[in-house]
Design a protein around this ligand. Sequence first.
Ligand code: NAI
Ligand code: MG
Length: 323
Amino acid sequence: MKIAVVEGDGIGHEVIPPVREMLAMLRPDIEFFEIEAGYGRWQRTGDAITDDDIAALRTADAILFGAITTPPAPDYQSVIVRIRKELDLYANIRPVKGSRADLIVVRENTEGLYSGIEKIEKDTACTVRCITRKGSERISRYACMLATRRRNLTIGHKANILKSDVFFRDICMEEAHKAGVWVRECYIDALCLDVLLHPEKYDIIVTTNLFGDILSDVAAYLVGGLGLLPSGNIGENHALFEPVHGSAPDISGQDIANPIAAMRSGSMLLAHLRDEPSAALIDQAIEAVLGKGIMTRDLGGTAGTRDFSRAVREELERLIRTG
Ligand code: NAI
Ligand code: MG
């Protein structure tokens, strides 16, 4: 099995190496290869990622990704947005799971306001929000597939204002009815509040690109912040797993980042490759360490990234040994 590792920038260099070690402990058959990408590389070489790197990523069974800093340069194309588009990773799956919530944001990942169709003139800047039938059908089918295994589906949109969301909503509704899924709809702004007030109502939430990006950060509040949320970017032929958070330049290099979001992304990667037992061991090891009161600063603890990661690795080792 071949896994590509892209640490990226900032805390990507701190939270990804421990995950790689955990994957290697669980699956000695994994062959890792590294791709350097991001702002650091762009500053050094003028390229944030090359066509050859994209070609290499295509050869991986799955990609483990950290986070990349977006430089303040108008001509710079986001690396993660490029990878999502080139590998057609259309479904961004963001589970938000904790004592107060157990929901999954299913975000369309290749179009909408991130379609890259933009025009900047002297007095006007314009971004085209392109929503296609194909894009809407496949993301709603993915959401329905998850909802049939769980409880219900909510469509988050702004169809009272945006015609493109009337189009998106209608397609999602149609797919939900075809799949026999219990479905409701909600305006995205109201949904951002209601998900915080009544998280127990929500299970699978399907929405467009930017709305899903915002909603998943909002929902992070329910479970203790961005340091905990993993994600999968899934396509027909490729898959990439990354924490929801970014490169966090405000805390990078200080050994205080929470590696749980990255670890859970590793767990999602294994589950995607149909190794659910190993995925469950990662989740169990994290819970066991948290249960001992060992946590990073963002959760009110004092453990550093390295100490917390070591504790989880030791727990994982114990779980592997005791079967
Ligand atoms: P961010 O997610 O990096 O940080 C937001 C806040 O959460 C910061 O205060 C940070 O310290 C905290 N935080 C994030 N992850 C944490 C962790 N694991 N443990 C403890 N605290 C954590 O978002 P921000 O600041 O908006 O963006 C920073 C850079 O990251 C930007 O250049 C942005 O473009 C990039 N970014 C990249 C993403 C990606 O590569 N997929 C996703 C989001 C942002
Ligand atoms: Mg985001």
